[in-house]
Write a protein that binds this ligand. Structure first.
Ligand code: PLP
Length: 382
């Protein structure tokens, strides 16, 4: 091998080698929010941080008990998960989502859904020349996943207007982060038909599915959407939001059996294993609906209070029929809104974190305690 051949150049050593992958990735935007966070934190009554969608309420007791009961776990867990876990996932898909075709052979636990979103294109062998499409306003990790695989990221307004040439993976996200928009069964049905017609894998990120307020979100695995088969489809689910389990990293992917089996093989070789106590906790969480209903009530109260306060302050709220966010605008650049609210001690996320199309919006999470939400409402009203 010639060292002059750039395609076979030796890997740079030291920090040069360490930067190779991160250089593919977008700049991590949250650092830009730091000065506004400092301003908000200087409020005499403290910051109300509505910028991130991280749960703040306790992990339900029955889930903690299941985790503790499984804590004597000296051996390696399996990547595919225990039969109990796969059974609980399939039961949940059938019971809560109406996905009558779900079965334990078509499900796979993941270590939080973010890692799956980021690594799915790579784990499915996508690479240069392949295209990965996602909504123009979206959770940034869809683009990160495309870039990690060295595939081409493509943002869309309407998936059916995409050029199918080279398109290998199409992301849907309903309910959407950041807008809270919900796709109707008809929109889902048409997109599934389009993806199947063009041989494009459709992956639906449904991690807010149980958090519908003014809409009833439907899974891509529902027979009214996908018919009798899950071919060419995957649904991504997470317990982070519905069960306050962001700290546990509890999630799964389900759908096309052949794809799930392929992912299983790749993930076995790369050690993507959910810890055994978390597997047991996930079984408990998926088998109980009461804690989800209780958590939903907390969020519903906070959402209504914040929505009314923001509207009275002069905001217009768009979409936001589901998820944990209000997508709000005062028809001004988002960083002006961020600065003004930071002056009140309230931190929100600028819409341009989710794509240029969000540059006149802010995303307001209602994942703060009742006490902090009341503080925000008071400050917006004074
Ligand atoms: C749309 C979307 N997908 C996936 C995730 C990742 O969730 P987790 O990794 O906690 O399962 C998030 C988190 O905010 C999200 O908003």
């Amino acid at each position: 091998m010639s060292t002059n051949d750039s395609t076979h150049a030796p890997l740079p050593t030291g920090s040069g080698a360490a930067r190779r992958v991160s250089q593919l990735l977008p700049v991590f935007p949250w650092d830009r929010l730091e000065p506004y966070k400092a301003t908000a934190a200087a409020h005499p009554d403290g910051i109300v941080d509505l910028s991130v969608g991280t749960p703040v309420d306790p992990v339900p007791e029955l889930i903690r008990k299941a985790l503790a009961a499984a804590s004597d776990a000296p051996g390696y867990p399996t990547v595919w998960g225990t039969p109990e876990l796969r059974g609980a996932i399939a039961d949940w898909l059938r019971r809560r989502l109406g996905a009558t075709g779900a079965d334990p052979s078509g499900v796979l636990p993941t270590v939080g859904s973010k890692e799956l979103v980021a690594w799915l294109p790579t784990q499915l062998g996508l690479g240069p020349g392949d295209r990965v499409a996602f909504p123009r306003l979206a959770y940034p990790t869809y683009e990160v996943g495309a870039r990690l695989a060295r595939a081409e990221p493509v943002a869309y307004d309407d998936p059916m207007e995409l050029d199918p040439a080279g398109l290998r993976l199409l992301w849907l996200n309903s309910p959407s982060n950041p807008t809270g928009r919900v796709l109707t069964p008809e929109e889902l049905r048409r997109t599934v038909a389009w993806a199947r017609e063009h041989g494009v894998l459709l992956v639906s990120d449904e991690c807010y599915l149980e958090l519908g307020w003014d809409a009833d979100p439907v899974s891509v695995l529902h027979p009214e959407v996908c018919g009798d088969s899950h071919d060419g489809l995957l649904a991504v689910h997470s317990l982070s939001k519905r069960s306050n389990l962001a700290g546990y990293r509890a999630s799964f992917v389900a759908g096309d059996r052949a794809l799930v089996q392929e992912l299983l093989q790749v993930r076995k070789h790369s050690g993507m294993i959910v810890p055994a106590p978390v597997q047991a906790a996930t079984v408990a969480a998926l088998s109980d609906d009461a804690h989800v209903a209780e958590q939903r009530e907390r969020y519903a109260r906070r959402r209504t209070a914040l929505r009314e306060a923001l509207e009275a302050y002069g905001f217009r709220i768009e979409h936001s029929e589901a998820s944990l966010y209000l997508w709000a605008t005062r028809d001004e650049p988002c960083w002006e809104t961020v600065a003004e609210l930071a002056g009140l001690g309230v931190l929100v996320a600028p819409g341009d974190f989710y794509g240029e199309a969000g540059e006149r919006f802010v995303r307001v999470a209602f994942t703060a305690t009742d006490e902090r939400v009341d503080a925000a409402v008071r400050r917006l009203g004074s």
